[in-house]
Design a protein around this ligand. Structure first.
Ligand code: PLP
Length: 387
């Protein structure tokens, strides 16, 4: 591996855009430049691109096209669901978890402060899995309230997955609305919204080899919520602003590709993860996994705490210097090296350096071998490893 080549193992932060997606987007950028709200032919062409993309995406998750609202990203989709639900569905209580993405956590805290919403957090087990009994207890206790449950499907830092269908069932039993941040699992998991009937789920295209700056919110057709952005009738009055035509079409193409080959890609990613785990457990037996990678966990993600050594501060940067792109496992926002709210809640030993490795369909075993060799050199030659 030449030192100039980069090995990209940060696919939970974002993924490289698929070349077929770039092709679709480039063609549209040069040819379909009309405003979709214009009545002339170029405007109508743009409108067709958007509505075809909506149909494609809706079909893949078994939704009706009208249930898909395009947004600028996953953060906006989560904000729209939470703020819209509180503004329109008489929500008095939100039940969530302390290890949600900040776009959910900070929004809920703001709703608590400004809208007098009561907020309860579920208990987690030692691996960070939602304790379903504690959720049910909170639902029983709150029967007088109108409840919104907001629990993410796949955690972006530790990869734990929620049994989303069971949670949706439980919410139905107690008449609670259910929002799930599905940003990390969209494109990697077969959603059938008609089967498990969530109220809101969210998506961001850049997590599955689509473009950045585009996502969507699924709103179950039985719910009517107020828009987050006002000032235009786009998205059936649900999101004002001229649509990101090439972004939306790029997302639809990326979503289609992800679904066409989902089993194949997931198997490849799962094989990589299992290989990496086997090897790293041999090389540095003292590592500790954060989360539950051997249980119900996102295939693409592995969060590892390394034993203390002279390189504690430098581990993330050493990967970078040697051409391997990873995130600090304690990343508050991916890429940053701030203390993680997720690892704190899990009472992880924050003195040990943690790294989040996240794989994609583009990665190879050779890339993992190169990365494992680096780790072997650092840890096996480092006499000051404190176990
Ligand atoms: N939710 C989760 C679980 C995420 O991992 C991310 C991005 O890292 C987001 C929401 C925000 O998505 P976006 O980057 O599209 O705003």
């Amino acid at each position: 591996m030449s030192s100039k080549q980069k090995i990209y193992l940060d696919n939970a932060a974002t993924t490289p855009i698929d070349s077929a997606v770039i092709e679709v987007m480039s063609e549209l950028m040069s040819k379909v430049y009309g405003n979709p709200s214009s009545v002339h032919a170029l405007g109508r062409n743009a409108r067709v691109v958007i509505e075809n993309s909506r149909k494609k995406i809706a079909t893949l998750i078994h939704a009706a096209p009208a249930e898909i609202i395009f947004t600028s990203c996953g953060t906006e989709a989560n904000n729209m669901a939470l703020r819209g639900a509180v503004a329109s569905l008489n929500i008095t209580k939100i039940i969530s978890s302390p290890i949600e993405h900040h776009s959910v956590l900070e929004t809920i805290e703001e709703l608590k402060k400004n809208n007098k919403i009561i907020v309860d957090y579920v208990d987690l087990d030692e691996y960070g899995n939602v304790d379903v009994t504690s959720l049910e207890k909170l639902l029983v206790e709150s029967e007088e309230d109108t409840i919104l449950v907001s629990l993410m499907h796949a955690n972006n830092e530790i990869g734990n997955m929620l049994p989303i269908e069971n949670i949706a069932e439980l919410c139905k039993k107690y008449n609670a609305f259910f929002h799930s941040d599905t940003v990390q699992s969209m494109g990697f998991y077969e959603f059938d919204v008609r089967k498990f009937e969530p109220d809101f789920i969210t998506c961001s295209a850049h997590k599955f080899h689509g473009p950045k700056g585009v996502g969507f919110l699924f709103i179950n057709q039985k719910n009517r919520i107020k828009p987050l952005l006002t000032g235009g009738s786009q998205e059936r009055n649900m999101r004002a602003g001229t649509e990101n035509i090439h972004g939306i079409a790029g997302m639809a193409k990326a979503f289609e590709l992800a679904h066409e080959n989902m089993d194949k890609y997931n198997k490849h990613i799962n094989d990589l993860k299992r290989y990496f785990m086997e090897q790293i457990e041999r090389i540095v037996p003292e590592i500790k996994y954060n989360g539950n990678p051997k249980g119900n966990s996102l295939d693409k993600l592995l969060n590892i705490s390394f034993p203390n050594s002279d390189m504690d501060e430098m581990l993330l940067y050493n990967f970078d210097i040697d051409g391997v792109c990873v995130s600090g496992g304690s990343a508050c926002s991916s890429g940053s090296n701030m203390a993680s709210h997720v690892l704190k809640v899990l009472q992880t030993d924050m003195n040990k350096p943690a790294i989040r490795f996240s794989f994609s369909r583009n990665n190879t075993k050779q890339e993992l071998d190169y990365t494992l060799d680096l780790i072997k050199n650092w840890y096996c030659s480092n006499k000051s490893v404190k176990l």
